[in-house]
Design a protein around this ligand. Sequence first.
Ligand code: PEP
Length: 253
Amino acid sequence: MRKPLIAGNWKMNGTKDGITDLVTILVAGEVNNVDMLVIPPFVYLEQVGRELGESGIRLGAQNVDWRAQGALTGEIEASMLKEVGCELCLTGHSERRQLFAETDDQVACKFKACLEHDVTPILCVGETLQQRQAGQTMEVVLRQVRSVMEAVGPAGIGQGIVAYEPVWAIGTGESASPEQAEEVHGNIRQAIARDGPATAEKLRILYGGSVNSENAAELFRMEDIDGALVGGASLIGKEFLTICELAARGMEN
Ligand code: PEP
């Protein structure tokens, strides 16, 4: 049985005070039987780490550079993330791929760098609407997964987490249906199983794309959906906690 993970990607949102209020709500309402993760902007990482205190809620980062520290203005190395208490890090979020032109190769380097510094990478993959309409969903998603597998092997990918996030569902209010998501999750697991069956069985594959308290339960009922990567709804404390509770309840069924 894979323990669900619910990750809140706060993107470029927040103020010091607003974040304190949000973390206070999350810590007070911490949910059992589910891994909870918050992913604030870099500049708030230490603050959030402090405010999470002894709670079991984990801290993650939105991005990382793969190179060793040095003359790379504006970049952050994985060892730095580790030093400020980050246990996990997103790699290849579609906003990074689309707005900052990150390539599959760069994403693979980021994933590998995280593993080397004992930070658990979350590999985000997903197709655009145009690619889905052209029937290219599996081709695109599996290419993104394979590119990381080639860099770190099936055992390496098993030390991380995968998040399937159809680009057309991110921030649009239009989630993939549970069946659409399950089809892709199942295919990702099968593709990994060909090289690493034990890894594939244990690997957590999250769904992301307009997850909220209204649609989460039906997504979590799906066999290969092991939690969610939540954007907008993670900025509302009660909403995020409800999604965590639905994931924990899904475990009981
Ligand atoms: C995301 O940014 O990873 C995301 C899934 O956003 P939203 O939940 O707002 O669609």
